[in-house]
Design a protein around this ligand. Structure first.
Ligand code: AMP
Ligand code: GLY
Length: 426
């Protein structure tokens, strides 16, 4: 098979890395790719429109297109490819609203009695502010649409929440993604990521994982795409797993099917494990980044038949999926300043040394080849990932890998996995 991977992050490098291990795969292409993906896939540049992409896929005999990020999914890439008879992994435009519109997701949850924070949606700033003044409790203010993971603003005081509403609805900091805001109660607890493959009707849950969203140690600083991840996440006990399947995953899949919008692809549920049980913070319609960097190295089975089964509606035939028992940890090395402004073009050294460490893999995110050198080209630069029998050792191995890699102003968190480690200690 020839496979085309869409995207350029650590998630897409991990997908290409895992797909390349399949005996079914002859050749992998990636667009736009990065310097790490270029080592296992042919990087191609295609005009930034889906028709050009479909033309290219057709003339290059692509058997499967795997879409990494949410933006092309929400814009209907899968619809365009499937109309041409090309297999594409991911939800269509209607189903991708689960991530593309927070109000749509909340309405679906409300209708299907899925546990989540109470909320209200507003288009008018004065009405939103009046609501905040009325309820007087800490809230999260969220742009309805896609905002590259930046559209969620904590409003723990009336002043902060009011400012968040103005930023989104009046100043239009996220453009049309902020034509409406969802204001929801603050949930307290520990977060976990729940990843499920879905074929419209059947589903296959992955092992658990947890990412670290804040930029600095002790979960301080700013919200980022994710500064590291680990799997399994001990917070997700077997009981909670079953609860999430029964109360969240199946009601979501069935709820989407019942409105004529069957969901196919990755359903990523962001959860807050509160004192009264897990509640949904968000749905994503694609693999998590950097969760993928710890999930796919733990997957022993071939990924290709699973992705095809999602498209064909035959996931129920895959009851024998195997996982490695080892734990996985990923430490993200970012450009100094991320998630605010940062410089790029810094030469990265030490990659070969880390890649030769047993059980350590360096997944590239914002990197590019420049002459002889690999240089930084984004906020999150690398995801140094390690597997080991115990999470503690996996974390140590990942940090050992990090210590050999250098680029100017590199920043990484030193406490990846702290929640899991403190649980195992207690
Ligand atoms: P989201 O993109 O909706 O998952 O929000 C990004 C991050 O904001 C989440 O991972 C949480 O850390 C935080 N967050 C979002 N909504 C809430 C909420 N209702 N209560 C507490 N934290 C939240
Ligand atoms: N790591 C969070 C996300 O992928 O949205």
């Amino acid at each position: 098979m020839n496979i085309l991977v869409i995207g350029q992050g650590g998630r897409e490098h991990t997908l290409a890395w895992k797909l390349a291990q399949s005996p079914l795969v002859q050749k992998i292409y990636c667009t736009p790719g990065n310097a790490g993906i270029a080592q296992i896939a042919e990087q191609i540049q295609i005009d930034d429109n889906f028709i050009a992409l479909a033309n290219w896929a057709e003339s290059n005999n692509i058997d499967l297109t795997v879409v990494g990020p949410e933006n092309p999914l929400a814009a209907g890439i899968v619809d365009v490819l499937s109309e041409r008879g090309l297999k594409a992994f991911g939800p269509n435009k209607q189903a991708a609203r689960l991530e593309g519109s927070k109000d749509f997701a909340k309405q679906l949850m409300l209708k299907n009695d899925i546990p989540t924070a109470t909320y209200k949606t507003f288009e008018d700033a004065d009405e939103a502010i009046a609501y905040i003044e009325d309820i007087k409790s800490p809230v999260f203010v969220k742009a309805d649409g896609l905002a590259a993971g930046k559209g969620v603003i904590p409003g723990r005081t009336i002043v902060d929440a009011t400012q968040a509403v103005k930023t989104i609805l009046v100043e239009k900091a996220f453009g049309d993604a902020g034509n409406s805001v969802v204001i929801e109660e603050e949930l307290i607890g520990e977060e976990a990521s729940f990843t499920v493959l879905v074929d419209g009707q059947n589903c296959l849950p992955f092992v658990s994982s947890q990412d670290h969203k804040m930029s600095h140690d002790g979960d301080t600083g700013k919200n980022t795409g994710g500064m590291g991840a680990y799997s399994p996440a001990p917070v997700m006990t077997p009981e909670l797993h079953n609860y999430v399947m029964d109360r969240v995953v199946y009601p979501t899949i069935n709820g989407m099917a019942s409105i004529g919008c069957p969901f196919k692809g990755v359903l990523y549920v962001g959860l807050m494990i509160t004192d009264t049980g897990p509640k949904v913070l968000e749905f994503n319609c694609r693999f998590g980044d950097p969760e993928t960097q710890v999930l796919l190295p733990r997957l022993k089975s071939d990924l290709v038949p699973l992705l095809l089964a999602c498209i064909d509606g035959t996931l129920d035939q895959h009851t024998d999926v195997q996982w490695h028992t080892e734990a996985a940890a990923c430490v993200v090395m970012a450009s100094g300043g991320y998630p605010n402004t940062y410089q790029t073009g810094k030469v990265i050294t030490g990659l070969a040394k880390t890649d030769s460490d047993d059980g350590v893999t360096v997944f590239h995110a914002g990197t590019k080849q420049q002459g002889e050198n690999i240089v930084t080209a984004g906020g999150r630069v690398l995801g140094v990932t390690a597997l080991s029998e115990h999470l503690k050792l996996a974390i140590e191995k990942a940090y050992h890998g990090v210590s050999a890699i250098h680029f100017e102003d590199a920043h990484w968190r030193k406490d990846i996995g702290h929640r899991a480690l403190s649980r195992t200690k207690s």
